[in-house]
Design a protein around this ligand. Structure first.
Ligand SMILES: Cc1cc2nc3c(=O)[nH]c(=O)nc-3n(C[C@H](O)[C@H](O)[C@H](O)COP(=O)(O)O)c2cc1C
Length: 190
């Protein structure tokens, strides 16, 4: 698939099944990720690749967080949240490891990792792998960050769920780029 076709036809795939990407494909996704633009060459991206039983450790973190917020949560709620980590054969957790006090501000470092995630999304599509970028509350919880091995200053940018699409890909939205065009406002002196 050529680059423009991949960019123009990518869709998220929420329902994913086995098999997940091969080790070689995961490496290709990460290789695409690290070609994202990065102001200052800080290389802020860090990735956790969770497959097989490793995903259950993410499920442990999800359940632990649920119990911290809702100690009365019943077994059904606990199972539901744990199962979220098993929604796909492979999960890549993308984290921005922020260099503090640098002239490149933190938001630009987070954007660079966002661009890396988008590279993963497009590369996955080009390889025929289904992908869904999720964040949710989990991404903004400091204690979750610590359990993933990161500091408060760092930012979880996405949980990228990867696998084989469980059905047909959804239709592309009928949108035109012109919808999003704006005119530069005229200056006060004009
Ligand atoms: C930073 C970011 C976080 C997202 N988090 C979630 C999420 O937690 N749950 C969700 O259902 N969709 C989430 N989405 C949206 C989906 O990944 C997806 O882009 C959206 O459903 C639109 O589908 P499309 O990619 O096929 O256009 C997120 C997207 C971005 C860019």
């Amino acid at each position: 698939m050529d680059t423009l076709t991949a960019l123009n036809t990518r869709v998220s795939v929420a329902r994913l099944t086995e098999p997940g990407p091969s080790a070689d494909q995961v490496r290709q996704l990460l290789a695409a990720a690290i070609r994202a633009p990065d102001h200052g060459m800080l290389r802020p991206w860090r990735f956790l690749v969770l497959e097989g039983e490793e995903r259950e450790r993410l499920g442990d973190i999800m359940e632990w967080r649920l119990l911290r917020r809702q100690p009365e949560a019943d077994q059904c709620a606990r199972d539901n949240i744990r199962n979220k980590a098993l929604r796909a054969p492979t999960i890549i957790v993308a984290v921005a490891e922020i260099t503090e006090g640098h002239k490149v501000p933190a938001w630009e470092q987070v954007l660079a990792v966002g661009a890396a995630v988008q590279n993963i999304m497009v590369a996955a599509h080009a390889l025929g792998i289904g992908a869904m970028w999720r964040t949710g509350d989990l991404a903004n919880d400091e204690t979750v960050k610590a359990r993933l091995g990161f500091a408060d200053k760092d930012q979880v940018v996405g949980f990228v769920y990867l696998g084989t699409p469980a059905g047909a890909l959804k239709n592309l939205p009928d949108e035109q780029p012109e919808t999003f065009l704006r005119e530069l406002p005229r200056g006060r002196d004009e």
